[in-house]
Design a protein around this ligand. Structure first.
Ligand SMILES: *[C@@H]1O[C@H](CO)[C@@H](O)[C@H](O)[C@H]1NC(C)=O
Ligand SMILES: *[C@@H]1O[C@H](CO)[C@@H](O)[C@H](O)[C@H]1NC(C)=O
Ligand SMILES: *[C@@H]1O[C@H](CO)[C@@H](O)[C@H](O)[C@H]1NC(C)=O
Ligand SMILES: [Zn+2]
Length: 561
């Protein structure tokens, strides 16, 4: 046990090298058939008792891992386990214990491999769209302002549907609040790039009448009615003057949209609060504030691996979710909350696996917190991704090999050089040179591949930050009322419809399903989850099965009664 503790400490201080092999405390058990038989029996039992909650979902929470394809997810799961000092492969992400899973086809109307705007339109507005467009149908091509202004081409989102039904709505992201995924909730635009007025103006006459995304958030419905808006994006919102080299989308109109937002709330006789640091966020009383805005980055919220964790720094995604839920739970008619782990995608685009995976593990903590805070009988929770990336998990690394490490078995590798488990088909980590005789790839011997800035090897070179998305399906995991509607391969636009159907809102507002499930078992479930969280946090527990497996198995069996 002492050596395990030492190992955890080493992981924490970053003394784990690329060659580290994590122990597998259950390995002896795994050598016995009984172990696998028992595990399978438990899973069959769980499947047989799978709940089918057919009541109305009062609340809906959508967790969106941007770029969280299956490969990233598997690697994130292993990292989560290894951070606990386990070998990692046997770990579960919180949502991997949800009883329902479906696969989503992610293509855009005009692209085999999609971007985050077209996909956000699909899973938030319920209809697929073109690449780079938001909140409009496939009739609107990228940059076509005129077509985007035609009412017939404009879509409503799950936020509109929820607000019309008297629910409160909110969005939390680690990217800019005007970035593609959050903007999918409230913006209608032929270009996701039009986050501030300057970008729209570059199109001159052709963009006449098109409003930038930041202004849509503050001035139009449903953005204006969002009770919680948290993420980055002070620059786009005109709330901070930025040094010239960081200027990406500075407002030409010079309007401070945060001030405008606060004035708008005051004019309605409502209270509002604005935070830019963890300290300011913690100072907000969510139960006593009508509207909350937090902008924790000039551009994006800092990566988890870079974040200043002091009170003067920026919050963890779960801190934002906590405040958001406390605020939205005040709503008598329920709520809709979108939470985006937005920077999984960014770490991937830079070919820096550690950055991406740590963002994923952070989102896992946020989902865990949400499970603890909400009534699982009346809340549909969906965890999904918009699209994948071109990372792969390759070679034959041993069990417990550092997921960010090097594969030393090079039997099948014709140049005999070491390589990393995580590699990209394209990206900035492309590095080949001529040795006078032949083209050789980067020699990774002695390189710390676990560094947050390590660029994983890539086959095709890209510009910095431009590793591309991947086109395979992504998974959607669901728990709560109507979660069982995720059951096969679906079009991604189906996600919005399941959420709408479950909550009886938008196109599904006429419904006569019960609001309550027959038995009120909520308190028992909540206690189970709480207990699970408590023991799960014990640093000394190296149990194979995450405490959430236990908690969720118990939840599902309780649901049966
Ligand atoms: C590319 O590989 C060479 C030789 O293996 C190494 O010296 C160099 O630092 C690498 N370049 C980058 C950008 O990693
Ligand atoms: C790779 O680097 C290591 C350490 O510098 C060296 O021993 C080895 O010979 C190199 N391999 C090749 C093929 O250059
Ligand atoms: C650790 O896990 C084991 C096996 O699942 C469990 O029996 C035990 O109660 C846990 N211990 C703590 C401190 O949570
Ligand atoms: Zn992306």
């Amino acid at each position: 046990m002492r050596s395990l503790r030492l190992l955890v400490w080493m992981v924490m201080v970053g003394w784990i090298s690329a060659e580290t092999v994590f122990p597998s405390p259950q390995r002896d058990e795994e050598n016995e058939a009984d172990y696998w038989y028992d595990l399978a029996k438990q899973e069959i039992e769980e499947a047989l008792q799978k709940p089918k909650l057919t009541n109305i979902a009062k609340n809906v929470i959508l967790f969106l891992g941007d770029g969280m394809g299956i490969t990233v997810s598997t690697a994130g799961r292993i990292l989560k386990g290894q951070k606990k000092g386990n070998s990692g492969e046997e770990e579960f992400l919180v949502w991997e214990r949800f009883p329902n899973v479906g696969l989503m086809k992610t293509y855009n109307v005009d692209k085999q491999v999609s971007d985050s705007a077209g996909t956000a339109t699909a899973f938030l507005c319920g209809a697929k769209a073109n690449y780079y467009t938001l909140g409009v149908t496939g009739k609107v091509k990228y940059n076509d302002c005129k077509a985007s202004l035609d009412d017939e081409n404009r879509l409503t989102s799950i936020a509109d549907w929820a607000q019309k039904a008297g629910k409160e709505t909110g969005v939390v992201t680690t990217a800019q609040v005007t970035h593609a995924t959050p903007a999918g909730l409230y913006a209608k635009t032929p270009s996701r790039k039009w986050q501030c007025d300057t970008k729209v103006m570059q199109f001159g006459e052709d963009a006449m009448g098109c409003k930038d995304i930041a202004r849509q958030l503050v001035e139009d419905e449903p953005g204006r009615n969002l009770k919680v808006i948290m993420g980055g994006g002070r620059q786009e919102m005109g709330a901070q003057k930025i040094e010239p080299e960081k200027r990406k989308c500075v407002r030409t109109d010079g309007v401070d949209l945060v001030k405008q937002w606060m004035n708008d709330k005051a004019a309605q006789g409502k209270t509002s609060a604005y935070a830019t640091t963890t300290r300011e966020l913690k100072a907000i009383n969510p139960e006593d504030t009508d509207y909350i805005m937090g902008l924790f980055g000039e551009i994006h919220v800092p990566y988890e691996v870079d974040r200043d964790k002091s009170l003067d720094g920026t919050p963890h995604i779960k801190d934002m979710v906590e405040v958001a839920l406390k605020r939205l739970q005040k709503s008598d008619n329920g709520f809709f909350l979108l939470v985006e782990g937005g920077r999984i995608d960014h770490g991937m685009h830079y070919g820096m696996a550690k950055r991406a995976l740590e963002e994923l593990v952070a989102m896992d903590e946020a989902v865990q917190l949400a499970l603890e805070m909400v009534n699982l009988e009346e809340t549909l929770i969906v965890v999904t991704a918009d699209h994948s990336h071109v990372m792969t998990i390759n070679g034959y690394p041993d069990r417990g090999n550092n997921i960010l490490g090097i594969v030393t078995e090079t039997e099948d590798i014709s140049d005999g050089l070491p390589f990393t488990t995580l590699m990209f088909t394209n990206g900035q980590g492309y590095n080949y040179s001529w040795n006078g005789k032949e083209v050789v790839r980067r020699n990774l011997t002695g390189v710390d591949t676990t560094d947050k800035d390590f660029e994983s090897p890539a086959g095709v070179p890209t510009f910095d930050g431009s590793e591309t998305h991947g086109g395979e399906d992504v998974a959607a995991f669901a728990l709560g009322p109507m979660a069982h509607l995720f059951h096969r391969v679906h079009e991604q636009s189906y996600v919005a419809h399941v959420m709408g159907y479950a909550a009886c809102i938008g196109p599904y507002q006429d419904c006569d399903r019960p609001v309550k499930v027959p038995h009120n078992i909520y308190d028992t479930i909540k206690d189970e989850v709480r207990e699970g969280l408590k023991s799960g946090s014990s640093a000394n527990n190296f149990s194979v099965i995450s405490i959430f497996l236990i908690a969720t198995v118990q939840i599902t069996s309780f649901f049966q009664c």
